[in-house]
Design a protein around this ligand. Structure first.
Ligand code: KG4
Ligand code: ZN
Length: 393
């Protein structure tokens, strides 16, 4: 089955095409085409993602990104097409809130044959709602033009299921997934532990009570005068402190909720503790590095301890890390070392670095599992939902 997947929940416009086979016991995916345009440089000057700008950029970029993905997949057949006469009007209606996108899409459809794909998967939440809507409406328009079924994908489910994928020759494969699967989802908007007791059925085990860990990274980076997104910047400083072999700073940061009896997190106290340390002070480079390292040590310690508590509570056989923060070198190391030594029976899955941040391959992977169950979305009622939850307690 060929799936075309679309992701526009935040600041990446991404389209991918996957050839998918197999089932929940063993699935294989071949990435036929994968195109992505990052808006990070545009948002940098705002110190974060600016929703109306994100929406406008997605609308501008979707057709070129789609064409690039199809071209790479060798599914782009340029040939003049006579569109059904009612189609342009329908597409204009579906895309009425995305100026320019309908015209660009109609031009594209006039010049290229419908590609050989079986379904269209699209992120419908969570994320920035104006950004999500562009992708959702674009997917509806393509589904209408090409008469293909739609699959609505939860962005966090994409992070979680794609974390299970292992490189297998030219393919990606997901197999031998021992359940329950515990997912630690760590991104700019989320910090949660979810248990998948059966395939595609999720239960919330723990979550942050305030800031997400990625948000804390981004805010601490800003306090240290570093650009957005702050995660990779903090990581760079912290790694350089570790490599320099310097002692830790005298100031130890708190490990919020480390020893309480839940699997919940809190990161706002950690962030505020950093704020007090940097307030009205000019930090040297070495002090900044030391502070970044201590912040990272604190965040990683809480994440791994809570994940271990959640393994104990759920009897997890597999632990998967997903979301942008799982790109973090220190967090990856801490999990690899501690889970391997303390929970040798648990299979740890950490996505390869390219899959940690937002992309459409992960949406295609999650979309495939839903398409297998013919869990298709009704194009009339499909909506973007910025607060879409993956799991409830
Ligand atoms: O999953 P993602 O790309 O977007 C959301 O769905 O939020 O995650 C973005 C978050 C940002 O907070 C960013 O600072 C963080 O992931 N991040 C990192 C690293 N790379 C990205 N945090 C720590 N270390 C990194 N290397
Ligand atoms: Zn994400």
């Amino acid at each position: 089955m060929k799936i075309l997947a679309i992701e526009t929940s935040c600041d990446e416009t991404a389209v991918s095409i996957l050839e998918c086979a197999g089932d929940e016991a063993a699935a294989r995916f071949r990435v036929l085409g994968n195109a992505l345009l990052s808006q990070i440089d545009l948002h940098k000057e705002y110190g974060g993602v600016f929703p109306t700008l994100a929406k406008r950029e997605h609308a501008k970029n979707l057709v070129p990104v789609l064409a690039a993905a199809l071209e790479e997949a060798e599914l782009l057949r340029e040939d003049a097409q006579a569109l059904p006469h009612e189609l342009p009007g329908k597409l204009g209606e579906l895309l009425s809130r995305e100026p320019g996108l309908a015209d660009a899409l109609i031009e594209f459809l006039k010049e290229s044959e419908a590609p050989d794909i079986d379904a269209i998967a699209v992120t419908h939440g969570p994320g920035l709602e104006p950004a999500l809507w562009v992708g959702v409406n674009f997917a509806k328009a393509l589904a209408t033009a090409w008469k293909k079924p739609l699959v609505a994908v939860n962005h966090m489910e994409g992070h979680l299921l794609s974390a299970l994928a292992e490189e297998d020759g030219e393919d990606l494969s997901i197999r031998d997934t021992g359940l329950p699967l515990l997912g630690l989802l760590i991104s700019g908007g989320h910090t949660e532990l979810v248990s998948m007791d059966e395939w595609l059925s999720y239960r919330l085990v723990g979550r942050t009570r305030d800031d997400a860990v990625g948000e804390a990274y981004d805010k601490v980076a800003r306090m240290l005068g570093l650009p957005y997104p702050g995660g990779p910047e903090i990581s760079r400083l912290a790694e350089s402190a570790r490599e320099s072999g310097r002692e830790r700073p005298a100031e130890r940061l708190p490990r919020p909720m480390l020893n309480d009896s839940t699997c919940d997190f809190s990161f706002s106290g950690l962030k505020t503790a950093v704020l007090y340390l940097v307030k009205d002070r000019e930090l040297s480079d070495a002090e900044k590095e030391a502070l970044a390292r201590e912040f990272e040590d604190a965040a990683a310690e809480v994440l791994v301890k809570k994940a271990m508590r959640a393994i104990d509570e759920t009897g997890a056989q597999t632990l998967a890390l997903g979301g942008g923060v799982s790109a973090n070198a220190h967090i990856r190391r801490v999990f690899s070392e501690q889970i391997l030594s303390l929970y040798p029976h648990v299979s740890l899955r950490i996505p390869k670095a390219a899959f940690t941040t937002d992309n459409a391959v992960m949406i295609g992977i999650a979309g495939y599992y839903h398409a297998l169950r013919e869990d298709y979305a009704d194009p009339e009622s499909l909506r973007a939902d910025g607060n879409l939850a993956l799991a409830r307690a």
